[in-house]
Design a protein around this ligand. Sequence first.
Ligand code: SAH
Length: 222
Amino acid sequence: MNKVDIHGIGMTSRRTRDRLITRLKDQGIRSLEVLDVIRNTPRHLFVDEALSHRAYEDTALPIGYGQTLSQPYIVARMTEALLAAGPLERVLEIGTGSGYQTAVLSPLVKKVYSVERIKPLHERARKLLRTLSIKNAQLKLSDGGMGWPVMDPFDGIMVTAAPDQIPEELLQQLSEDGGRLIIPVGDRGVQDLLLITRQGNAFKRESLEAVRFVPLLAGIQK
Ligand code: SAH
């Protein structure tokens, strides 16, 4: 008997995916829904082929243009926190990047809107999400610091790049009845991952944990 895995890459990746799920549980992710979606989302397709063997490690990976795909723990934590008060219908993501977080959100909510400021990343993500037959995600090339005004209000907004301060536009685009915003805020070292909940014109603020994201930048890069 030789050492070739007769079940091929499929079985191998199932085992490595299961290991990732175990690790996420050990780190405190409780939502079975979120864990299930992460198990079923092919993260290896969202990174460069040369890195695909590391796709199910709990680590951030480069996606080109100086940007990174967050580690699975952070994706899970943010998704879980966004959904913690119950199901959401309309969610806006700022920073499409590879499209992985969009793909994770898509089976969990009714509709995902996602904006990206770097054109080649936007185009690549759009193509990949189409290939994966993800139909409830709408992508746009734009500066997400402005949110997506014509599409508001959103039940949830998830920001995957860090501003120094919370953009006022995002607060205003949250639905008044319990809209939730997850956003890393702070300078370019370590940021504070905040959960903001809106009730009318009151915004409750909770700090979740220390995180490290790429900066939220202004303008579009062609
Ligand atoms: N959610 C992504 C993470 C990508 S990293 C994923 O799952 O792959 C953060 C992304 O935010 C980068 O692609 C970066 O270009 C983008 N970004 C930074 N500032 C932005 C802005 N003002 N508007 C839209 N996207 C922005």
